[in-house]
Design a protein around this ligand. Structure first.
Ligand SMILES: *Cc1c(COP(=O)(O)O)cnc(C)c1O
Length: 409
């Protein structure tokens, strides 16, 4: 009997992954799942398999996929005007900035697109403030950052990263940055010189493995910055917009920064939009031509961000994040597993740190994927759970059933 070999047929997912691998730079190591649809906390692949999204695009999807009010704003604005550049005014930027000021308590903001651009803008703002207001000489400004920081991927930003891989082969780097340990207020105090213009820091180091600050650290940081006339610049790109159970993570610390950087979920999970927020005494260092962005402040992104801010308030998503975060962490802490070293987090920004003997978090994320739950390892031994804030108790229970199976042992 003669049998003819049929060509092995590939699934749509396999074909799509091969295309991106063949034609895209390999600067990511994604889980082998291809998302073709999303609604709320759920996504689907081309084969129609459903998955619970417990990563939310690194907290850019606080509203969940295709939030109805955000989508409505997107579609309505798309029918009117999408891009004007800042050569002209548009009818969305002013209202957006006003509503942002009401939300943050900072009267002014400078809009950009990506998070890294906003961090770059914060760096430029602090340096310019240092020269114009603090009297630091040209090219002498110093900015202090924390070890294990994550602020994005531009040359300047990776230049002050302590992550070897982020820096290797990308130099030479921008000078003027100093690194101190996160959580060590005395080290910050010791590092400050008359040329120091800012301390740039995340309120919770998310990419570093959901590292919470020691109690009272930010109180001390606030005092030190005020005493030394140094701007406290908080990068809340990941922790802001309700992620930690408060609108901004600095509210947990009982302090306010001088400069606040937002991005990710500000765009409602739909469009990139980022901002640097500050009071006029800082933001008024800019005059026309000093800085800019073609797409920064575009009416489409502004309309979407307005709807995104409104939805967080109208739907009580910040309180929900606090409540669901408690619920999730309670369940995780009750879970008996020989692999789990610690569960930590705030609101719905949760890290499960595994013992080194567990062999890394990646394999757990892979087996969770096969059971219909999407999450990602951060820093080798930590599983990050950061679902959309619209997640329900029932959906958390669904996730817990999978986590229990995978982490048993
Ligand atoms: C994601 C992130 C950034 C960079 O944002 P991009 O939009 O990816 O450039 C900066 N800081 C923090 C804390 C982030 O989580």
């Amino acid at each position: 009997m003669i049998t003819t070999a049929t060509p092995e047929s590939k699934s749509p997912t396999q074909e799509l992954i091969e295309l991106s691998e063949r034609h895209g730079a390999h600067n990511y190591h994604p889980l082998p799942i291809c998302i073709s649809e999303g609604k709320g906390v759920w996504v689907k692949d081309p084969e129609g398999c459903k998955y619970l999204d417990m990563l939310s695009s690194y907290s850019a999807l606080n509203h969940g996929h295709r939030h109805p009010a955000v989508m409505q704003a997107l579609l309505a604005q798309a029918k009117k005007v999408t891009l004007t550049s800042r050569a002209f005014h548009n009818d969305q930027l002013g209202p957006f900035l006003k509503e942002l000021a009401d939300l943050t308590g900072f009267a002014m903001a400078l809009p950009m697109n990506s998070g890294a651009e906003a961090v770059e803008t914060a760096v430029k703002t602090a340096r310019k403030w240092g020269c114009l207001k603090k009297g630091v000489a040209q090219d002498q400004a110093e900015i202090i950052v924390a070890a294990n920081n994550f602020h994005g991927r531009t040359v300047t930003i990776v230049g002050f990263s302590t992550e070897e891989q982020y820096r290797r082969d990308f130099g030479p780097f921008t000078p003027g940055f100093k690194v101190v340990p996160f959580g060590d207020a005395a080290a910050l105090r010791a590092a400050i010189t008359p040329q120091t213009v800012a301390f740039l820091v995340e309120p919770i180091q998310a990419e570093a493995g959901i590292l919470l600050p020691p109690p009272d650290y930010f109180q001390a940081v606030r005092e030190i910055c005020t005493q030394s006339n140094v701007l406290l610049v908080l990068d809340e790109i990941q922790t802001g917009m309700g992620r930690t159970g408060r609108m901004f993570a600095f509210e947990h610390e009982g302090i306010r920064p001088d400069v606040l950087v937002l991005g990710k979920a500000l765009g409602g999970g739909v469009l990139p939009i980022s901002v640097v927020c500050a009071q006029p005494e800082v933001m008024d260092v800019y005059k026309p031509g000093d800085h800019g962005s073609t797409f920064g402040g575009n009416p489409l992104a502004c309309a979407v961000a307005r709807a995104a801010m409104r939805a967080l308030k109208d739907e009580g998503l910040v309180e929900r994040s606090a409540r669901m975060g408690e619920y999730l962490m309670g369940k995780l802490r009750a879970l008996k597993s020989g692999y789990v070293k610690e569960v930590r987090g705030r609101g719905l920004l949760v890290g499960i740190e595994l013992h080194a003997s567990a062999g890394g978090a990646r394999r757990f994320c892979e087996s969770l994927m096969h059971r219909g739950m999407l999450c990602k390892e951060t820093h080798e031994h930590v599983i990050r759970l950061a679902p959309p804030l619209v997640i329900s108790e029932k959906e958390i229970d669904w996730a817990m059933a999978r986590l229990k199976k995978v982490l048993a042992g």
